[in-house]
Ligand binder design. Structure first.
Ligand SMILES: [Zn+2]
Length: 340
């Protein structure tokens, strides 16, 4: 099965899909405590279901993906982010199946990161089958740009040369909204005409509006609705491939954090830590492992998605793998049997 993973930065699911949040108690509060270093003890600013409903339907495409229909099955799984809830640690964790400690990404600067040891979900697909074709399009340079922070998605230069791995980062000089539109256009053409085996598409518009205007703003809600429509275009592309070619597609969506009413994130407010994983199998029922998951942490997403599409990693275990160890400068005192 092919994978389309759509990453929507900074989307409040209690505003986008209030019914889904209200109907599952596992959306009510975090499933694990936050590190005191990133705790602010702020009150829960989750919107009431009635309050969110009064704002209108913000995300009809997301709702349809969750709901499914006679031919396709969908679900939404509550997910809780581990503070710090900045984008760098959040997306690194989601896309590489790592805790913050494992990838050592704590802030958006990525200083001291271990991403070279924590390959991303697209690379994992490639490692499982080196014939696989992948693409990644992202408004934030930390995803795909080798000279930026990160990158979260490994470069795989050899596969780039042959078009087997295609990364895209738009011109951001005309603003985030235009850059998101460029990501959509680029990804949509390739999804439609090339149908990669796995794709990651990231939009920044909701996060940008949250920072500029806060989660309580009309601008933030409009950004969610715009990205919902972008999502519809991407789903339409792969749905047409299913219809014409019989391809099996798993569409997945997630976010890295919410936003405070006044805007901002990074610590442990409930509405900021709350995330979700939407999964939708176009033209079929959900893979069994997705039915079994009741809630997730960000570092569990990658394995769940890989398992769902049938990707299994090779295994190699031996003493001292990955360790750098020097030998002592003790001169020629070795056993002559080891003299070569
Ligand atoms: Zn973010």
């Amino acid at each position: 099965m092919k994978l389309l993973l759509i990453c929507l930065d900074g989307v409040r699911v209690d505003l986008a899909l209030p019914e889904a949040v209200a109907s599952n108690r596992l959306f009510a509060g975090p499933d694990h405590p936050s590190d005191p270093r990133f705790s602010v003890g702020a009150p829960d600013s989750t919107s009431t279901t009635e309050g969110a409903r009064s704002l209108g339907v913000l995300a009809p495409t997301l709702a349809r993906l969750v709901r499914g229909d006679d031919h396709s099955e969908g679900t939404i799984i509550p997910m809780w982010m581990t503070p710090p809830t900045d984008s760098g640690p959040g997306w690194s964790s989601i896309l590489t199946g790592s805790t913050h400690e494992e990838c050592n990404v704590w802030w958006n600067e990525f200083v001291g990161h271990q991403m070279a040891r924590r390959p991303d979900i697209l690379s994992r697909v490639f490692f499982a089958n080196p014939a696989a074709r992948t693409l990644a399009a992202a408004t934030w340079d930390a995803f795909t740009v080798g000279t930026g922070p990160g990158p979260i998605i490994q470069q795989r230069i050899d596969q780039q040369r042959t078009g087997q791995h295609q990364p895209f980062h738009p011109d951001v000089s005309r603003g985030i909204e235009a850059a998101d539109a460029a990501v959509l256009q680029w990804a949509n053409w390739r999804l439609s005409h090339e149908g990669p085996d796995a794709a990651v598409v990231y939009f920044e518009g909701a996060d940008d509006a949250g920072h500029s205007h806060g989660a309580d703003s009309a601008e933030y809600r409009a950004a969610i609705t715009r990205l919902d429509e972008y999502t519809r275009h991407l789903v339409k592309a792969v749905a047409e491939r299913h219809e014409q070619l019989g391809e099996e597609w798993l569409v997945a969506l997630t976010t890295d954090h919410g936003h405070k009413p006044e805007g901002g994130h990074g610590e442990d407010e409930v509405e900021v830590r709350r995330s979700f994983l939407i999964a939708h199998h176009i033209g079929g029922t959900l893979p069994q492992n997705l039915r079994r998951v009741s809630s997730l942490r960000s570092n569990e997403v990658m394995d769940v998605l890989l398992d769902a599409i049938g990707v299994h990693q090779g295994h190699f275990d031996s003493d001292g793998i990955g360790e750098v160890r020097d030998i002592a400068s003790v001169g020629p005192t070795r056993d002559p049997a080891f003299e070569w």
